[in-house]
Ligand binder design. Structure first.
Ligand SMILES: C[S@@+](CC[C@H](N)C(=O)[O-])C[C@H]1O[C@@H](n2cnc3c(N)ncnc32)[C@H](O)[C@@H]1O
Length: 328
């Protein structure tokens, strides 16, 4: 019961030797496909998390400041509707927007516990320490883990639970897995629990493409970082500088893709897997998709997961949306 004690801070890690397997399996599976692909979670080692924070500050990356504005405008309403005592945050990263929700919960006198969940161990530890210092009496139960596999390790909620999944990260799932993931998420809401989902909205493709291909090249460095991760963790010999960053909006699917394009023919050895991978000149490796949403897409996904939209909050320019939903 220690995580429920007022002011207690614990961090539990569920990433172990098997999770090196997860990178190994993803590399083996993804680099031997006709369209080479790696899941975006491997972008976020400590360096990748720092680079993502830098992306959030870029002028082109409208998502972070817009989502923050929406939260600042509507956080009190979210808390009034949910009575949340616990905030679980999936893919919490450095939790910059989290304080807006915690402040509203503290203001309403409901705040008891914060549960950050992220694959990036360094950020979970940093956030757990920082927020427990900032909010007197707040219990923090950090979970270092994969939100696709470790949600069963969430502690029992001390009261009404609010699960926040911000930053548009839900868009990284392809449509089928997205609904499967949301169904799993619905199961951990508990009685009277709610989910708060941040999603980027469909808009002028030029605005979206600029957000994933900034002038300062930070997103390019973030994207290439996944090759450093594979080199370090699996003894591979990617020539990282021989790949260029590509971001394009797929108008039919309404998602943006990040890819890495080999500038020339490349032979890569992945020592830990005894694997040789060849890239043709200009061959691409897909590293992320980020789906953009309409109200209809959101309602369809939520309904398929047994969830009902309670409120859809957006900004005046309708760039981004934050949806509050509960189990039907
Ligand atoms: C797009 S960032 C969003 C960060 C923050 N929530 C925000 O809104 O700025 C995605 C975050 O999710 C984490 N993440 C990605 N895939 C994950 C997974 N499968 N399990 C747990 N965390 C994951 C990353 O480490 C990163 O912190």
């Amino acid at each position: 019961m220690e995580p429920s004690l007022r002011g207690a801070v614990v961090v539990r890690s569920y990433l172990g030797p098997n999770d090196e397997r997860s990178l190994a399996d993803d590399v083996l599976d993804g680099l031997t496909r006709p369209l080479k692909e790696l899941p975006p979670k491997h972008l976020y080692d400590a360096r990748g998390s720092e680079l993502f924070d830098a992306i959030c500050e870029l002028p082109e990356y409208y998502q972070t400041r817009t989502e923050r504005l929406i939260l600042e405008t509507f956080a009190d309403d979210v808390v009034a509707r949910t009575g949340a005592a616990e905030l679980v945050e999936l893919g919490s990263g450095s939790a910059t927007k989290t304080r807006v929700l915690l402040d509203a919960m503290a203001g309403a006198g409901t705040l008891e516990r914060y549960v950050p969940v992220d694959v990036s161990e360094s950020t979970v530890h940093a956030v757990a320490e920082m927020l427990s210092e900032e909010y007197a009496g707040l219990s923090v139960h950090g979970v270092v883990g994969d939100f696709e596999r470790h949600l069963s390790h969430l502690p029992a909620p001390p009261g009404p639970r609010l699960v926040a999944f911000l930053g548009g990260t839900i868009g990284n799932f392809p449509p089928g897995s997205r609904r499967r993931f949301l169904r799993g998420l619905a199961k951990v809401l508990g009685d009277g629990g709610h989910v708060l989902l941040g999603t980027d909205l469909v808009k002028d493709p030029r605005v979206i493409e600029a957000a994933y291909d900034d002038g300062a090249g930070v997103t390019a460095e973030f994207n290439r970082n996944v090759l450093h991760v594979v080199n370090r963790e699996l003894g591979a010999d990617f020539d990282v500088d021989a790949f260029e960053h590509v971001a394009f909006y797929d108008r039919r699917r309404e998602w943006i893709e990040m890819r890495l394009r080999a500038l020339d023919v490349q032979h890569v050895r992945v020592e830990a897997l005894d694997l040789d991978v060849d890239f043709a000149a200009r061959e691409e490796l897909r590293t992320e998709i980020s789906a953009k949403f309409t109200r209809e897409r959101l309602e369809g996904d939520l309904a398929a997961a047994g969830l009902a939209l309670v409120e859809l909050y957006t900004d005046p320019d309708e760039l981004f949306a934050v949806s509050l939903a509960r189990r039907r």
